[in-house]
Design a protein around this ligand. Structure first.
Ligand code: T4K
Length: 374
């Protein structure tokens, strides 16, 4: 393959659609601070999510940091390390202590069977991750949270547009955060949003994201700047119009990958439940069992790279093994997360990835089986 194929490629609207909004922004000279385009985007986004309290922000990470701040979370927070750096950093940057819970083998989300043993009198919240858009066991997490009076903040960075039993995934927990980064299935270049059902909480996040300003002469909270600008919002309006067609295109690719790869010895795919969940099909993780497959994950990644296919180790290393945390010694046994992170390879998956390329990627993986070094 001559052209480089990356793990993802941003979906872009027809350029004319975007330019129309750029002209509007030019004419208004209103570039940021919750202007008209931002308001239009927020309205469309709330309608799409069927949620009342939604706040488009500069990025998903700040939405997560401010969600924790808005709920006055203290002490310990139970979370998983099988995620992007952002989840753990958001906790630590709020001066909170992450306590790491292991994940389920079947879908890599937090294992509800292992949450309660980690709860102490210092625990005040759970931050589960809908990793790869795999919905966490939201019902069980809700019950645990209620029993122990804990807040739940979902890192739903990967789960935009998903539904559980027909209901938006953001309906669960106290707050959910979506990421609209360029690499996500829906992008505003950089961006993200916070969603909650509680009006007061939303007001607090709104104030926090604009320096804690409450009125012209009144600053009530130690906030920061997490505002989404007009150009980001314009991209959001345009991309939202094409979200469903892009979802359908990704589903075709995802299904083809599953057809081709599910029978290969030593490769494991995640367990999807299409009767219950509406997915966004934004990630295609495979897990390589080197003993059975005949080659380890890193060797397979190199084999693909030789053909200009750049699969990624999302997520390796797990966050509790990061150098910046090595002297801290966080609590929690995360054996399965560690094993999964050593096996995972995220294959290219995006709306305009052509099906011939998918076939070629599968050919390489198929030919690799049984042929490599352990
Ligand atoms: N929680 C979770 C679970 C997350 O995964 C993330 C973000 C967050 C929280 C925080 O949300 P944000 O604050 O980001 O909204 C990427 C993204 O930067 C990051 O947003 C994302 N997770 C993470 C999983 O992936 P990298 O360092 O792997 O990205 P990068 O630049 O290597 O891009 C991957 C590939 O995508 C490139 O090889 C080529 C392609 N690409 C990328 C960009 C930026 C393009 O084709 N065009 C582009 O503009 O982190």
């Amino acid at each position: 393959m001559e052209e480089n194929i990356y793990v993802t490629r941003p979906s872009l609207p027809p350029v004319e659609e975007y330019i129309e909004y750029v002209r509007q922004i030019w004419d208004s000279h209103n570039l940021t601070n919750m202007g008209m385009v931002w308001q239009e985007f927020n309205k469309g986004l709330s309608a799409f999510l069927q949620e009342q309290h939604v706040l488009p922000m500069s990025n998903g990470h700040m939405a997560l940091e401010m969600a924790l701040q808005a709920l006055d979370i203290t002490g310990e927070v139970i979370t998983t390390p099988f995620t992007f750096a952002s989840t753990t950093h958001a906790i630590v940057r709020n001066n909170l202590t992450p306590v790491f819970c292991d994940i389920k083998e079947s879908d890599c989300t937090i294992d509800p069977d292992k949450i309660e043993e980690l709860i102490t009198d210092k625990t005040s919240a759970i931050v589960p991750v809908h990793v790869y858009g795999m919905p966490c066991d939201v019902e069980r997490i809700e019950k645990i949270a209620q029993r122990h009076n804990l807040k739940v903040i979902y890192d739903a960075a990967h789960a935009f547009g998903e539904r559980i039993n027909g209901v938006s995934i953001s309906r669960y927990g106290d707050i959910s955060m979506f990421s609209f980064h360029a690499t996500k299935c829906f992008n505003t270049i950089e961006g993200g949003c916070a969603v909650t059902r509680d009006k007061e909480t939303m007001l607090k996040i709104y104030q926090l994201h604009n320096f804690g300003i409450v009125g012209r002469e009144s600053v009530e909270l130690v906030g920061a700047n997490a505002k989404m600008n007009e150009f980001q919002a314009a991209m959001g309006i345009c991309n939202l119009k094409h979200f469903e067609e892009n979802r359908n295109a990704r589903k075709v690719i995802f299904n083809r990958y599953r057809e081709r790869l599910s029978g290969i010895n030593g490769l494991r795919l995640l367990d999807y439940d299409e009767d219950k969940n509406t997915y966004n099909y934004s990630y295609m993780p495979i897990f390589v069992d080197s003993a059975e497959y005949g080659m380890n994950r890193d060797a397979l990644r190199e084999l693909l790279a030789k053909k200009h296919i750049y699969a990624r180790k999302y997520f390796y290393p797990i966050t509790n093994k990061f150098n910046c945390y090595k002297n801290i010694g966080f609590r929690g046994n995360t054996e399965i997360a560690e094993q999964k992170s050593k096996q995972v390879l995220a294959l290219p998956l995006y709306a305009d990835l052509n099906i011939e390329t998918v076939e070629e990627i599968c050919n390489v993986i198929e030919e690799g089986a049984g042929n490599g070094v352990r």
